[in-house]
Design a protein around this ligand. Structure first.
Ligand SMILES: [Zn+2]
Length: 404
């Protein structure tokens, strides 16, 4: 079932004028002070204060500190919401048994976003890519909208990146775009060797943007270490460094969006493993790659895109998906460095990750079949075995084409 509305975040670059930027920086600073004020109130009270008791203090605070008048009322209220959600998050971690410290005051320059919730903003749409967003207390800021805004904007986050770029993140309620069925299903194995392996045997390589930009990052880091602390040059250099980091993040986001959209557009059912990145980082020798390739973000993207498009995303239990033979079910134990699956009982020889992608898909089909028997027969089409009719003995390193 496709829901009637879905929530989407659009991220648009803002191009404020010099004076607008000064005002925005002032708003950030006032928000920071307000945040710290509430945190202090919270810390010094013996009984945990209720959010609304603190909220009731805002009018008198505004009288006392006139600078707060330049901050939109919803923005001020949102600070409290932010503080309480931080406290809640910390509590949650503690309950999970994680070691957590106390919530700290925000230092100068550490406030990075402010928010307009429900009111105080307006998108001025002139029908072209360059539109304007009117923000209360700041003005009309030119914005580069890379997609059409359709639906109701519920909230706008204004965000400043470490290199000094500004973005508006529009939180929207919009109508989902249901896609026509394709009759195809796919299993994805997220692995270390490649970014992912499809159950049809195709592979997507790691986005090695980290590697490519790593050298650049090293150079900029070295330059930073040579600048005198507290100097203007150091500030300049750290913003240069931040730009390199941001480029890495941008490229990764772009890659993940393209990949997840591709999967959603081409398959009715997508099967992945339930994964715990934390677990993987602890066990894998290649933790950096794991973080770099950001699988959990990818699965998140798949998940929300699937919901809107009427696709099925199945997260299966990863147990034995690597070890089991995808043809006969025989368990073939292999260490992580063994890249081939060789089944002694049925003779299947294939790429290890390809084998597990097939297992993942089959597990998902089984799961969906039992819970939702209403899937069309096309979608339930049993998987043709990739090695059936193909040349059986192909040794390591030779890519194998297969039926999808
Ligand atoms: Zn076998």
């Amino acid at each position: 079932m496709v829901p009637l509305t879905v929530n989407r975040n659009y991220r648009f670059r803002l191009y404020p004028s010099k004076s607008q930027e000064i005002r925005m920086l002032e708003v950030l600073e006032e928000c920071r002070k307000l945040y710290n004020y509430f945190l202090e109130e919270w810390k010094k009270s013996e009984k945990v204060p209720h959010k609304y008791d603190l909220q009731a203090q805002i009018p008198s605070l505004v009288k006392k500190y006139p600078a707060l008048e330049d901050v939109h009322s919803k923005t001020r209220q949102y600070i409290l919401w932010q503080l309480y959600s931080n406290l809640k998050g910390l509590r949650g971690l503690k309950e999970k048994g994680r070691k957590v410290g106390r919530l700290r005051f925000k230092k100068y320059g550490r406030m990075k976003t402010f928010t307009y919730n429900q009111s105080g903003f307006k998108l001025i749409d002139k029908g072209n890519r360059y539109q304007r967003i009117q923000l209360s207390k700041i003005g009309e800021i030119p914005v580069r909208a890379h997609r059409k805004v359709e639906g109701k904007i519920k909230q706008i986050f204004v965000k400043r990146t470490p290199s000094g770029k500004w973005f508006a993140i529009l939180s929207m309620e919009t109508k989902p775009e249901k896609l026509g069925t394709t009759g195809r299903v796919i299993g994805l194995d997220l692995n270390i060797e490649n970014y992912l392996t499809y159950s049809n045997g195709e592979k997507v390589e790691h986005p090695h943007e980290m590697l490519k930009l790593e050298e650049r990052l090293r150079i900029e880091h070295r330059k930073l270490s040579r600048k005198k602390k507290g100097s203007k040059n150091r500030v300049k250099q750290s913003s240069r460094l931040a730009r390199v980091y941001e480029r890495i993040i941008d490229r990764r986001r772009d890659f993940l969006h393209k990949l997840s959209t591709y999967c959603i557009e081409n398959y009715d059912l997508i099967a992945v493993e339930k994964l715990s990145v934390k677990e993987m980082m602890e066990t894998s020798y290649n933790a950096k790659n794991t973080v770099d390739s950001s699988w959990s973000t990818f699965i998140q993207m798949l998940s929300y895109k699937a919901e809107g498009a009427g696709r099925t995303l199945v997260k299966v239990d990863p147990k034995n998906t690597t070890q089991n033979c995808s043809r006969c079910g025989n368990r073939v134990y292999k260490q992580i460095w063994i890249r081939m699956h060789k089944c002694p009982s049925c003779g299947l020889v294939m790429d290890r990750d390809h084998n597990s992608a097939i297992n993942i898909l089959n597990k998902a089909l089984l799961e969906v079949g039992s819970v939702r028997p209403k899937l069309t027969p096309v979608e339930m089409r049993p998987l043709l075995h990739p090695m059936d009719g193909a040349c059986l003995v192909k040794e390591a390193g030779i890519p194998m084409r297969s039926v999808g």
